[in-house]
Ligand binder design. Sequence first.
Ligand code: ADP
Ligand code: MG
Length: 261
Amino acid sequence: MNDATDNRGPIIKFDKVVKRFGDHVVLDELDFEVQRGEKVTIIGPSGSGKSTVLRILMTLEEINGGVVYVGGEPLWHQRKGESLEPAGEQHLRQMRSHLGMVFQQFNLFPHMTVLRNLTEAPVQVLGVSKAEAKQRGMELLEMVGLTDQATKYPHQLSGGQQQRVGIARALAMRPKIMLFDEPTSALDPELVGEVLNVIRTLADEHDLTMLLVTHEMHFARQVSDRICFFDKGRIKEQGKPEEIFTAPKEARTKAFLKAVL
Ligand code: ADP
Ligand code: MG
């Protein structure tokens, strides 16, 4: 695709996207857009389809209807009026390269050092030289406050440190869009803050688009341009953080916030 920064219009667009697992409709003709550089947080009850949205963007799930665009280009090839045509592996890889994802579980390569975790994909996938990948890796470790851990292995780090490496690893691929799926949910409470601080730093980067799923409502309020409340595979309500958190309109949003705040 074209460089995702060249296009006008939303960098992410879900157009009437349907996702089913068997008979279970998880996304129900979802319309959803994210603008370039926008920081959007998805909140909502368990099972409302939040992770599915992120997994579809990472092409970890296919869809049953509608179209998903990244940088103006459909994730899957399509014939007019017919079902989706599977995209070639090369197209998917290229589309995926615009996105970095951080999951609840840290998913680091256990047999590689911290620094190697950051250099492996840039060298293997992007063809960056080892020297350049190392230099960039060390810069990223500095950003997440872990330069002194470069030669350690993941199991030697705390959960909070591992997740910070996970964020650095995603950034090493220079994505235009960062996706976070409950990045602090698996952490002991005292380690949550250090990970949120790193994400907060990233949120200051004007050009980076961020789509976040979190239960950290205070944090979401601070970093988000927009909050989307998901319910049963649709956006029930969305708006600026002040609007959603202080004056929600929908009864479902009110009930959800009352339960989590
Ligand atoms: P959330 O992240 O909002 O908690 P998910 O997007 O993970 O919700 O899941 C939405 C719904 O889809 C849930 O009911 C879940 O059980 C179902 N689901 C997700 N993945 C699968 C799968 N691989 N097979 C069957 N059902 C799934
Ligand atoms: Mg989820």
